[in-house]
Unconditional design. Structure first.
Length: 269
C-alpha cells in the first residue's frame, strides 16, 4: 500500500472522487487508481527534494517498475527500489540494477534470520530494510518475522564482512598474498636433466614450487626453442642465467621505461 499521509485532505478527497467516477467502467480500485496515486506520490516527493523509495510487491509488474523509474529519475534521481515479495526472487535485484544503474537497489525482508539478507547484499542490494523487535515471543506474526537487537548487530557485522569480501573486480596481487607467493609461488623447472647447448622443448619443462624463483609459469611457451647455456639438473629452477641470449627482466623494464619516455616526447612534440 502507498502511504498517502503526506497528501492534504483535499487531495485525498479528489482521488476518492476519481474512484467513484470510474466505477461504471467496472474496473477495480487498484487497477484504476494505482497509477494516479503512484504518480502523485512520486512526483510530489521527488520535487520536494526527498529521497523516495518504492517497495515492489508481488502485484507489481516489470513494466510498472520501469514506469516508476522513468517518472521519478528526471525529477529526483535520489531514490531506490526495495525488492519485497512473499517468495523473494533475489534475481530481480540483478534485473533492477541492469535497467536502473544510477539508482541503488535495496531488499526488504520479512523472513526469519539473516541468511537471505547476506545473499541480497552480495547480489548488489545497497539498502537493507527489516523489522526490529525486542522480543520475538511477543504476540503477533510481525514479531516472529523481526530481528532482535543481537541479530541486528550480527546482520550489520555480516554485511560489512560481505562488502569487504566482494572487493574489486580488478585481479591483482594483494599485500596479504605476498608472503604466500614468495613461499609457494610456482616457477618453471627442468623436468629432466638438460645439458648445456640443448634446445628446449616443451616436454623438458614443467611447473612447480622451486627455489630460487625463476621464470613464471606463463613464460613456458616462450622458452621453447631457446638454448640452455649451463647444465641444469632435474627439478632445478630455470632462471634468467640458464638461457642463452635471453633479455633479463631488469633490462626489459628499462626498455619499457625508455619506450614510454620516447612515446611521451612524441606526443608532446
Amino acid at each position: 500500500m502507498i502511504d498517502l499521509s503526506f497528501l492534504t485532505d483535499e487531495e485525498q478527497e479528489a482521488i476518492l472522487k476519481v474512484l467513484q467516477r470510474d466505477a461504471d467502467l467496472k474496473r477495480t480500485e487498484e487497477e484504476r487508481i494505482r497509477p494516479r496515486l503512484l504518480e502523485t506520490f512520486l512526483a510530489k516527493s521527488g520535487k520536494g527534494g526527498r529521497q523516495p523509495g518504492h517497495s515492489p510487491g508481488a502485484k507489481e509488474s516489470v513494466n510498472t517498475m520501469r514506469q516508476v523509474y522513468q517518472l521519478v529519475e528526471p525529477i529526483n534521481p535520489n531514490f531506490c527500489f526495495l525488492q519485497c515479495t512473499s517468495v523473494y526472487p533475489l534475481q530481480v535485484i540483478v534485473a533492477y540494477r541492469s535497467w536502473s544503474p544510477d539508482s541503488p537497489v535495496g531488499y526488504s525482508s520479512h523472513k526469519t534470520g539473516i541468511a537471505i539478507f547476506i545473499v541480497a547484499v552480495a547480489m548488489g542490494a545497497k539498502v537493507p530494510e527489516c523489522h526490529i523487535t525486542l522480543d520475538k515471543t511477543w504476540k503477533g506474526s510481525g514479531h516472529q518475522a523481526s530481528l532482535e537487537p543481537n541479530k541486528l548487530l550480527e546482520l550489520v557485522r555480516s554485511i560489512r564482512m560481505v562488502e569487504k569480501a566482494m572487493g574489486s573486480p580488478v585481479k591483482c596481487l594483494l599485500p596479504c598474498e605476498v608472503a604466500c607467493k614468495e613461499k609457494l609461488g610456482k616457477s618453471i623447472v627442468a623436468k629432466v636433466r638438460i645439458l648445456e647447448g640443448t634446445t628446449l622443448t616443451l616436454d623438458m619443462l614443467m611447473v612447480k614450487v622451486g627455489e630460487p624463483k625463476g621464470h613464471l609459469p606463463e613464460d613456458i611457451f616462450g622458452l621453447v626453442g631457446k638454448k640452455v647455456k649451463i647444465n641444469t639438473d632435474e627439478a632445478e629452477t630455470v632462471t634468467e642465467d640458464t638461457i642463452e641470449n635471453l633479455m633479463k627482466k631488469s633490462e626489459i623494464l628499462k626498455c619499457k621505461s625508455f619506450c614510454m619516455i620516447c612515446h611521451g616526447n612524441m606526443l608532446i612534440s
